[in-house]
Every structure is written in C-alpha cells, then in structure tokens.
Design a binder for this molecule. Structure first.
Ligand code: SAH
Length: 250
C-alpha cells in the first residue's frame, strides 16, 4: 500500500472473472485490505482467500450507496478495496468514487487497472481491435438513446472497429438490432463481426457473423460485441483487423 498513514480507497478492476485474469497488483492490494466492497456478483468471483475478509455488498442500482459505504468504512480506519469488474475506469465505478469522494477530502482514491471486456473478448476472437477502435455502451439508463445513435453513426463514418458494451438487458432486448441497423446505413452488410458471452467465466460462447446477421442475433447482458472496420477479415477462424504491415494501402 502507498502510505500506511494516509487513508486510501483502492478502486480495483478485477478483470473478466477468472482468477488468473486479476492483475498481480490487484491481488496484492486485495490481500492487504481489511474490507472488500462491491456488487455481490463480482464479490463471488474473487479468489477464496479474499472472500474470507469482511465483504460488503449492495444490490445492483445501489451504486451511490455502495460508494458512500466505502468512504464511511475507510473513515473508520479500515483498509478498503472497492471492486468493479473488468476495468473500474471503463463503465465502472471509478468516476463515481471520485465524485462522491469530493465530500471526503481526507480520503484518497486510487484506481488499479484491470483487464476490460474489450481486451479479454478481443483475445478470444483473435485481434479484432488491433487498429483505431471505439467503445460504445448501448445502455440508455444514464445516456440518452439519441446520443448513443449519434456515436454509433460517427464511429461507422470514421471506419473504426467498434466494441459494444451492454448490448442487451431484460428491458432492452432489441437494442443490438437497432444499433446494427444504424451501422448498416454506413457499413457493408458483410462487415466481419463477433461476440463473446461470459468471457473468463463458466459458459463462455464465441460467435462470428456478418453485420447483417448481427442485426438478428439475440445476445444477453453478459456479452461483448465486436464490429470490424472495412479491413477486418477472418484468418484461420479468427477475426483480425490488420494494422497494415503486409499491405500499406491506408
Ligand atoms: N467495467 C467492465 C464493464 C462493465 S459494463 C469492464 O471493464 O469490462 C457491463 C458490460 O461489460 C456487459 O454488458 C458486457 O457487455 C461487458 N462485459 C463485462 N464483463 C464481461 C464478461 N465477463 N463477458 C462478456 N462481457 C462482459
């Protein structure tokens, strides 16, 4: 830990879910912590030796409460680790922790990076984001659908490879279809796509398809979707976005 006299909350990205997907830095800090705070699903995925510590969880949608508890526990002098899946700074709790932390000036917040679903999913599919890429969440809980549409359109016009987080939920079953239809206005129907369900967890599933097929694919909220750029191709069963080393035509 940085300075034993200072109060610090570590906001830790725990990677996709399997133990080896935790970074050594994250594991070290978790071992040194007294109290681990997080959403119960992610606490369950932690190594057994970490689960023996004091664990505090709140249900989904209680994010503000969860963050506030972390500061209250740290204020008592406990070494607090706040966990978020993947990378805490990518659709995670890191920014909210800084925002809530503004009311706790004596407690520092330090983010420990983790392996985000874009990286762990890409590694399963091959090398689909090995050039400029955009990451867009289809969740309109905190962002308007109008903004999401604007970003999808801009990403397609920029010929970025695209990674979609939160492609579906119980209430938003047709969002991937809506997104694919927007992309199809600019991108070729046969644009190389792929998606991975349950990366690093039980029940991992990998699918390769075209953008046209993606528009009719049913995915769940534990899936990350990849849409290639105009140069993305399948090589030996893997989705590859070349950087251009073999063909300098960019
Ligand atoms: N902070 C996380 C992202 C949280 S947003 C990270 O950096 O990975 C939640 C979305 O992330 C999910 O809807 C899904 O699109 C993606 N995701 C997170 N973990 C995943 C996993 N293990 N397998 C597949 N997708 C995952």
């Amino acid at each position: 830990m940085d300075n034993q006299n200072d109060k610090i909350i570590y906001v830790i990205g725990t990677g996709p879910g399997f133990e080896e997907g935790l970074t050594l830095e994250a594991l070290k800090i978790l071992k040194e912590s007294d109290t681990i705070i997080g959403y119960s699903v992610y606490l369950d995925l932690l190594p057994d030796e970490i689960k023996e510590k004091e664990l505090i969880s709140t249900p989904m949608r209680k994010e503000k409460e969860r963050c506030t508890i972390a500061f209250e526990e740290a204020a008592k002098g406990k070494k607090v680790a706040f966990v978020s899946s993947g990378d805490a700074g990518i659709y995670g709790m890191a920014s909210l922790m800084y925002e809530i932390g503004a009311s706790y000036p004596d407690i520092a917040v330090k983010v420990i990076p983790g392996v985000t679903a874009a990286s762990s999913g890409a590694a399963i599919l091959g090398a689909p984001i090995n050039h400029d890429f955009c990451v867009i969440s289809l969740s309109d809980l905190l962002t308007s659908w109008e903004t999401i549409e604007k970003r999808l359109k801009a990403a397609a016009e920029g010929d970025f490879a695209i990674v979609l987080y939160n492609p579906s939920s119980h209430k938003r079953k047709d969002y991937l279809k809506k997104a694919a239809e927007i992309l199809l206005k600019t991108l070729r129907e046969d644009t190389c796509c792929g998606y991975v369900k349950n990366i690093g967890r039980e029940g991992t599933e990998t699918i390769f398809c075209t953008l046209k097929e993606l528009a009719t694919s049913q995915v769940d909220m534990f899936t990350t979707v990849f849409i290639g750029n105009s140069k993305t191709m399948m090589i030996n069963g893997k989705m590859v976005t070349p950087r251009g080393y073999l063909k300098q035509d960019d």
